[in-house]
Design a protein around this ligand. Structure first.
Ligand code: UGA
Length: 484
């Protein structure tokens, strides 16, 4: 982490930065900026969350966030508040990090962004730079601009009524709008690596319309050494959506190839390695498995499809990415069905519930559909995740026999007819699997993340199935199967 950077003569002395919305994007951003030396007001209208932050407790699990929170509450550089209006009024640069959830149609719900824009309009007491960090389709920044202009004119702020802020303000409804800029500065943080990503970005993208906006953002990010891509607003917005769509495409592509590998007896890990060594392709996001989840990829893919269709642009490629991903859980469960023959009445252990490791986030996590399907088929499930169990418990409360939460991977395996590996937490890789085998009713492991070594699992006596790699059965397991 860069630590405490020396402050130059800048707006830094005069004004704090406001971060509006303290979720998975806003909180790492706010604490990252505090670590870079800025005074940051973190505003969120959820009073409970703010109280928790004030008490020094991060509202979700994300590596290094808890330490940064405690550090910058103590340094005084991070101040959480539920008073969004005052945070806006006090600051010159406002990072908008509120959610853009998905509506039924697949279109993003702009309700939270619009509400923030209206609040900004009411508190426009001097020049402000409004930085759109929430992922939103091209033209959202324009809408933010329009909203601020519209509401600042109709609803003069308290500050102008006090005679401060808006130059030339006169009768209500007639006030010229104080100067402001809107910029787009999409984030590329990955959950589980958000703090790491903040301090070591691959690139910083800023969409701006004025030199003042560009200079302010350059000043804020100066300590971070990486290429900066400066564009117009719509281009910056589209870079973000395209990045997520392209990464999703890589994942669905390799998942389709994984199915083909199984059909022809090839090994997808080696195919991915052979592909990834080509610098035009690159090695990342070529891990086959149960498919992508999380708050971003599924939602952003839908939003991009929606945007393309609105403009009559053919986007079949994106639809297919979505289709392949939707089918992954079934492909995975078919391996279990094939292995067990009958799933009903069996005890199935599920290792990993978060949508990916190092987070407790379960939004769109493949584990949820897997649990749902298993229960539908009459199985009993035993669940374990190092971080996400409290969140899953809210959706699937404990039920005698049917749904049990365990305190370790070993407890999940005990008495299970099969163990499913759904999230690639490191602790599952490091498990002494040979020790677990005798505790299982039937030694079947279905690995949805290709986390384990097929030969080692086979040698340890498992019937081991993974994704796009030849399945292995040990001589022991085959003999046991013959006896059954
Ligand atoms: C993603 C992007 O990677 C970030 O750059 C972006 O900022 C973020 O969305 C966002 O828009 O906010 P995130 O969803 O946190 O980040 O996590 P990823 O690491 O991208 O993984 C997404 C999903 O893809 C996970 O379910 C993961 O298991 C899956 N995945 C990833 C694969 O199935 N295979 C891979 O090779 C890589």
């Amino acid at each position: 982490m860069p630590g405490n950077h020396r402050r130059g003569a800048s707006f830094r002395e005069a004004k704090p930065i406001a971060v509006l919305g303290l979720g998975h994007v806003g909180l790492p951003t706010a604490l990252g900026l505090a670590e870079l030396g800025w005074q940051v007001i973190g505003a969120d209208d959820m009073a409970g969350k703010v109280a928790q932050l004030e008490a020094g407790r991060a509202p979700f699990y994300e590596p290094k966030i808890q330490d940064l929170l405690v550090k910058h509450l103590a340094s005084g550089r991070f101040r959480p508040t539920a008073d969004v209006e005052s945070a806006i009024a006090a600051s010159k640069v406002l990072f908008v990090c509120v959610g853009t959830p998905q509506r039924h149609s697949g279109a993003p719900d702009f309700g939270q962004i619009e509400a923030v824009a209206r609040t900004i309009a009411r508190n426009l007491n001097g020049y402000k730079l409004i930085v759109e960090k929430s992922t939103a389709p091209a033209s959202t920044a324009e809408r933010i601009k329009q909203t601020i202009q519209r509401y600042a004119r109709q609803d003069p702020p308290a500050h102008s009524r006090n005679g401060r802020g808006i130059p030339g303000g006169k009768a209500p409804g007639r006030h010229p709008v104080a100067r402001f800029d809107v910029a787009s500065n999409p984030e590329f943080l990955q959950e589980g690596k958000a703090v790491e990503n903040f301090f070591h970005p691959d690139r910083i993208v800023i969409g701006v319309e004025s030199d003042e906006a560009r200079e302010l953002l350059e000043e804020i990010y100066r300590p971070l050494k990486c290429p900066m891509v400066v564009t117009d607003l719509a281009t910056a917005e589209l870079i973000k959506h395209s990045a997520n769509a392209f990464l999703s495409t890589k994942i669905s592509f390799i998942n389709m190839i994984a199915d083909l590998c199984e059909a022809v007896g090839a090994d997808v890990e080696n195919v991915a390695r052979g592909l990834g060594l080509d610098p035009r392709i690159g090695p990342h996001f070529l891990s086959a498995g149960v498919g992508f989840g999380g708050y971003c990829f599924p939602k952003d893919l839908r939003a991009l499809i929606h945007l393309a269709e609105e403009h009559d642009i053919s986007c079949g490629i994106l639809r297919e990415v979505e289709n392949v991903n939707r089918g992954r859980v079934e492909v995975f469960l078919d391996k279990l069905r094939h292995a067990l023959w009958v799933v009903q009445g069996k005890t199935i252990g599920v290792l990993g519930l978060a949508f990916q490791p190092l987070t407790d986030d379960i939004r769109e996590a493949p584990s949820l559909r897997i649990i749902e399907e298993l229960l539908k088929e009459g199985a009993n499930v035993r669940l374990y995740d190092p971080q996400a169990m409290p969140n899953v418990r809210k959706l699937f409360p404990e039920e005698r026999e049917r749904i049990a939460y365990c305190d370790s991977a070993a407890a999940v395996a005990s008495g299970a007819h099969a163990v499913l590996l759904v999230t690639e937490w490191d602790e599952f890789r490091k498990l002494d699997w040979a020790k677990l085998r005798p505790q299982m009713e039937v030694p079947v492991v279905v690995d949805g993340r290709n986390l384990l070594d097929p030969s080692a699992m086979c040698a340890a006596g498992f019937e081991y199935f993974s994704v796009g790699r030849p399945s292995r059965q040990s001589a022991f397991a085959m003999a046991a199967n013959r006896r059954r």
